[in-house]
Design a protein around this ligand. Structure first.
Ligand code: HEM
Length: 509
């Protein structure tokens, strides 16, 4: 290829002009906002940041990635920059900074870097898009999370009976609760979204189905996310097959939902259909009623399924891992639920059980199931803290920078939670004086706050209360400390093996 020298000169001059201009504009921006340099996690090899990789691999092998990040905050302060493979990121556990990213300067940040990894499974929906597309998704979905919808506990009780049927009652057989919790939540999520549970708790065969395909497809999302631009060269036929299987499976329910919406619009719905829709409101049907875009409904269903399933199962698992080590806490829970006199709790009763709620809060604090998160700056912007030698000055954030925050480390800050921040102590929430605001973010904050928060808390509270009512004790068989099993969410490595002590009645209802 031949470039005329004059053309080449013009090109170089233009590029030089753009760089100099950008430098000047940024310099003025930095001065105007009083920004100062942010601490660097030392990169002995500054070009690619390769020196941090062995430490990361070691932490991965020891299942201590979250602890390693906490350690970095202890060494470099609450906001610093790191460089890994040419990507520079600012990492922070300053509540003011997190509030700025998620709320005050919400429009300065986006998640577009997420889309490529998620699209093959989820399409484009609430969880993996930005801007107008995201706003439309949120508006479409939000009305399906009303109090009335969330307070309907019928399905939770039906499923808890399936769950109880799988629990050994002899006081000596070991059972992994984590495995059962994942089955419980996929059953309840599919009932909520599709109007029909896939019934994994009822299944006795080990035939791989939707749940297994969904699990594999999620693992591939993580690989694609890690590869970033190299993703272009990544091929995994099994993942392609699982994505296809999951989406085809969900498509059936989308088609059904549109048929139901058509019939309803024409006023032809049968008595049977009318009583079914009175009995429960089905997410897919509601979406089909609100939009004519079938692809959109399918994508949103996949997005909500991903956002809602593993999160709730992970919370239950992390919580029960700690409860199974704490007979005193179990006994206290038993005392609290006696107020229900053996009856199934209502939505209002669940919310009024203070110790139950404190145990859930505490699990989400010590083991937040979304333990870290990130946003990418879509324009030059500024964070209020982290600059200068004491970290009290603003920090300049150039467009394209990733700003990531660790909820795991934030929730263990001793200046927020006290010297025992590393302990599981539900009592800290009991008198209502602990109000960490942006120092406690298990469900995120700002306009993208978790839409299913009340749904999840209700489900987890319900399972906990029903278990406490039915079991005198849950005895953990894993003597070691909690270890991370880190994927898109974090649950317990090695599962939650327990032996169950039935109530005096000697049976599980
Ligand atoms: C313990 C359970 C749960 C936890 C800890 C949790 C946590 C979170 C977090 C941290 C986010 C923010 C993600 C981000 O913006 O990067 C989020 C978003 C979301 N969650 Fe949850 N979630 C839980 C359960 C659920 C459930 C049960 C549902 C639905 C049935 C759900 C639906 C969503 C949706 C749709 C979003 C995207 C919201 C948006 O971007 O506007 N979540 N969740």
């Amino acid at each position: 290829m031949y470039f005329h020298p004059a053309l080449l000169f013009a090109l170089v001059a233009t590029l030089a002009y753009i760089s100099v201009r950008r430098f000047i504009v940024r310099r003025q921006f930095t001065l105007r906002h009083g920004c100062q340099p942010v601490a660097r996690a030392s990169n002995k090899e500054p070009l690619l940041g390769l020196d941090t990789i062995p430490g990361t691999i070691r932490a991965l092998r020891q299942h201590k990635i979250l602890e390693r990040t906490s350690e970095l905050f202890r060494v470099h302060g609450t906001t610093f920059t790191v460089k890994e493979l040419q990507r520079r990121a600012i990492v922070t556990i300053e509540p003011e900074n997190i509030k700025t990213i998620l709320s005050i300067k919400f429009k300065d940040y986006g998640i577009s870097h997420r889309l490529e990894a998620f699209r093959p499974l989820l399409g484009e929906g609430i969880f993996d898009t930005d801007g107008d597309h995201w706003a439309a998704s949120r508006a479409l979905i939000r009305p399906s999370f009303t109090r009335e919808q969330v307070a309907d506990l019928t399905c939770l009780e039906e499923l808890i009976q399936d769950f109880f049927a799988l629990l050994p009652r002899d006081g000596k057989t070991v059972v992994d609760l984590q495995e059962l919790f994942f089955r419980y939540t996929i059953d309840s999520a599919t009932d909520f979204l599709f109007g029909e549970s896939i019934g994994t708790l009822k299944k006795t065969d080990s035939e791989p189905g939707f749940a297994e395909a969904f699990h594999y497809a999620q693992k591939a999302v993580i690989v694609r996310g890690m590869l970033g631009p190299l993703n272009y060269f990544y091929r995994d036929r099994k993942a392609d097959e699982c994505n296809r299987m999951c989406r085809e499976f969900a498509q059936r329910f989308v088609d059904e939902a549109f048929n139901a919406a058509e019939t309803k619009k024409e006023g032809h719905d049968s008595q049977e259909q009318q009583s079914e829709s009175k009995r429960k409101r089905i997410f897919s049907h509601e979406l089909a009623w609100r939009t004519s875009d079938r692809r959109r409904v399918l994508d949103e269903m996949m997005n909500v399924l991903l956002a809602g399933r593993d999160t709730t199962a992970s919370l239950l698992s992390n919580l029960f891992f700690m409860l199974a080590k704490s007979p005193d806490i179990w006994a206290k829970l038993r005392r609290e639920v006696t107020s229900l006199e053996g009856r199934e709790p209502t939505y209002e009763q669940l919310r009024s059980l203070k110790y139950v709620q404190s145990c859930i809060n505490e699990s989400l604090r010590l083991h937040p199931v979304v333990p870290r998160n990130e946003r990418q700056a879509v324009c030059d912007t500024v964070l209020p803290l982290g600059g200068g030698p004491d970290g009290l000055f603003p920090v300049f954030v150039p467009k394209g920078t990733l700003v990531s925050y660790s909820l795991y480390a934030l929730h263990r800050r001793t200046d927020i939670y006290g010297a025992d921040a590393h302990e599981f102590r539900p009592e800290r929430w009991m008198d209502g004086t602990l109000r960490p605001k942006w120092g406690y973010l298990p469900f995120n904050g700002g306009p993208r706050i978790c839409i299913g928060q009340q749904y999840a808390l209700t489900e987890v509270g319900y399972v906990l209360v029903r278990m406490v009512q039915e079991l005198k004790g849950v005895i953990g068989q894993n003597q070691g400390p909690w270890e991370e099993s880190l994927a898109l969410t974090v649950c317990v490595r090695g599962g939650v093996p327990v032996v169950l002590v039935p109530d005096e009645k000697g049976e599980i209802q």
